[in-house]
Design a protein around this ligand. Structure first.
Ligand SMILES: [Zn+2]
Ligand SMILES: [Zn+2]
Length: 264
């Protein structure tokens, strides 16, 4: 069976401070999901739980009480609307959501590479493609050692451009150590986490870098990982990107239904 293009498990509502788009409401998100024939649409606003010390000024207002303002999500017969969050990870065991609050979300997206947040997520001394590649795999390893409800955890946008905005991001993906990366992907596969295929990574022109852009996902597939699709939309136009861009990427990766991650 083909890998179904029937879900979008990572998108932002107007609540996320990088959206603030009055058109990006849960109702509008549902309407687009319905039009695309999706069966699952997850809303994952940026979250830093105030129970966890160390929020940046940007994250601090985006706490649990704040992201819960989108509740109750609209209901629909065709589309299951899922309440999730995109939290933050700073390395070590420093995750932006406290264990006592995992139950408040049906899906928790963890980005390993918001490296544009220099001196918060990424120490400024990580300033070359080699160092960033090492940091990326180290952060994935650290995440894999956390005690999380893995069946409802997604590893976000491993190859997004935020990984190294001031350098050659494709070189970073080439330089990621294969043995360490395969080991951590095997762990994610065993734990049951989802690996995200984020439509922002497959913008027009991406196939000029096809090999580098797909490398980490091919390796993850070989290690038994399961995948889900995400628009990461912050505005209504980007809600089209799963349907527009992802069939090609899914085909090139050779994904089938057996590679599909589903939120329980
Ligand atoms: Zn993100
Ligand atoms: Zn996001």
């Amino acid at each position: 069976m083909a890998f179904p293009i029937d879900h979008d498990l990572h998108c932002h509502s107007q609540l996320s401070l990088c959206s603030r788009d009055p058109e990006q409401t849960p109702a509008a998100i549902l309407a687009r999901a319905k039009a695309h024939g999706y069966t699952v649409q997850c809303v994952t606003d940026h979250l830093w739980d105030s129970a966890v010390p160390g929020a940046s000024p940007w994250y601090a207002p985006q706490d649990i009480e704040y992201v819960r303002k989108s509740l109750p999500l609209p209901e629909d017969d065709q589309v299951r609307m899922v309440f999730g969050c995109e939290t933050e990870f700073l390395g070590g065991t420093h995750l932006g959501i406290a264990p006592e609050h995992y139950d408040l979300f049906d899906f928790i997206v963890i980005p390993p590479n918001h490296f544009h947040m220099v001196d918060f997520v990424r120490p400024a001394c990580y300033d070359t493609e080699e160092k960033i590649a090492g940091l990326l795999v180290e952060r994935l390893e650290e995440i894999s050692r956390l005690d999380l409800p893995w069946h409802k955890v997604g590893i976000a946008h491993m190859t997004c451009h935020l990984t190294f905005r001031e350098g050659d991001v494709y070189k970073v993906f080439r330089l990621v150590d294969e043995r360490r990366y395969r080991d951590v992907m095997r762990t994610f596969a065993r734990l049951g986490a989802g690996i995200e295929l984020n439509a922002s990574e497959f913008a027009p022109g991406w196939r000029e870098h096809e090999e580098d852009a797909l490398r980490l996902y091919r390796l993850a597939k070989e290690e038994g990982c399961r995948f889900y699709l995400a628009s990461d939309a912050h505005h209504p136009n980007a809600l089209e990107f799963v349907a527009e861009r992802m069939p090609e990427a899914v085909e090139l990766l050779g994904l089938t239904e057996e590679h599909l991650f589903r939120i329980p």
